[in-house]
Ligand binder design. Structure first.
Ligand code: GLY
Length: 352
């Protein structure tokens, strides 16, 4: 296993145990304004963390910038961090991405631990070792692969999340189901995420994390099979940008949910992916995430964003699509006409 994933109901106790297994000279905890207030108190009970230096950064993905990264580097320098120091990232994807990148680059790399405080973070960002910052308006443009020494998932955090945050994380879980197997997917697509049973959700989270871990373990640097994890994201990122341009930003996972629907349609067009499964997915997405409004006037903008996706190579648009649930095709080239037809079908299916 690349990652050491620990599920706990008592983060202070678990961190204590973890830190007793290895000696670090100094401890740093990166939080944002929200996790400083709501999550840090849970950690403060731990004796091991009493002397830790907390580095508080601004919240939200818009602050995943070079300036804020520099704040972390500066604190590490000022407090005399060494290669034997440990950085603990306590927060959502923004904190684990940027804190992880600080750990990857400081003195050419120090150890770090992720403690995700959102569902999206637990099932995606905190696991797998992608770290980075946004740059020149481009998401995650600068970054590094750097595996965390451990990921501690305190399940209490999820109970306090808003419905929107839960749904956002759940979309990545749906993706893991679609790329892995029908058994897992069936459990997800029949789960009532709008009124969740938390014990059942935890089982689903553990399954989802292990699907991701398994893929990352086979292909940590995304040369092949890790591209499975990009399902829904080529279209999803374009939808996220369009929402941002309209000044009505949407949560990442919502864009992924709509992206999964569009890419299931493309999968049908390219590989005959099952129509009943498209309807099952669309019904679930429509019921829980609503419909993202698209008209033909948006096609040009969406296409332009899709052609600039980081995942493309040598001018080719590279999609990850499905032949069936659990049967994935990577590096699929798709034409402009096919993409536009998929948007037409998306609008029909979502009643737009
Ligand atoms: N978020 C997709 C990956 O970690 O590869």
């Amino acid at each position: 296993m690349i990652n050491n994933i620990i599920y706990t109901q008592n983060i202070a106790e678990s961190i204590e145990l973890l830190l007793s297994q290895k000696e670090y000279d100094k401890l740093f905890i990166v939080t944002d304004e929200n996790t400083h207030r709501f999550a840090m108190p849970l950690l403060s009970d731990s004796k091991a963390c009493v002397d830790a230096k907390e580095i508080i950064i601004l919240a939200n993905d818009t602050n995943k910038t070079l300036e804020n990264l520099s704040t972390i580097w500066k604190s590490l320098v000022e407090e005399g961090a060494t290669r034997k120091s440990l950085l603990i990232n306590l927060g959502g994807g923004m904190v684990t991405d940027m804190g992880g990148f600080a750990a990857a680059t400081f003195k050419r790399g120090i150890e770090h631990i992720n403690i995700p405080t959102t569902l999206l973070g637990a099932v995606d960002a905190a696991v797998g070792g992608k770290t980075g910052i946004n740059f020149e308006g481009l998401k995650n443009e600068i970054g590094a692969f750097k595996q965390p020494s451990a990921v501690l998932i305190d399940t209490r955090f999820f109970k306090t999340l808003s419905k929107e945050h839960l749904l956002s994380g759940f979309a990545e879980m749906l993706k893991h189901g679609l790329i892995s197997n029908m058994e897992n997917y069936n459990k997800l697509i029949t789960f009532n995420i709008s009124n969740p049973d938390y014990n059942e959700l935890l089982n689903l989270v553990a399954d989802s994390v292990s699907i991701k871990e398994d893929i990352v373990e086979q292909d940590p640097l995304e040369k092949g099979v890790r591209k499975y994890l990009n399902l829904g994201h080529t279209t999803g990122h374009a939808i996220e940008s369009l929402a941002m341009k309209r000044n009505t930003p949407v949560q990442h996972g919502y864009a992924v949910a709509w992206g999964l629907a569009c890419e299931a349609i493309l999968s049908y067009m390219k590989f005959g992916f099952s129509q009943p499964e498209i309807h099952r997915l669309v019904d679930y997405v429509k019921a829980n995430y609503g419909a993202f409004p698209i008209s033909c006037d948006d096609y040009a903008y969406l296409y332009e964003k899709i052609t600039h996706d980081k995942k493309n190579e040598s001018g080719r648009i590279n999609y990850t699509l499905l032949k069936a649930i659990g049967e994935v095709e990577i590096n699929v080239s798709v034409t402009k006409e096919e993409i536009e037809s998929s948007f037409d079908l998306y609008r029909d299916l979502f009643g737009l």
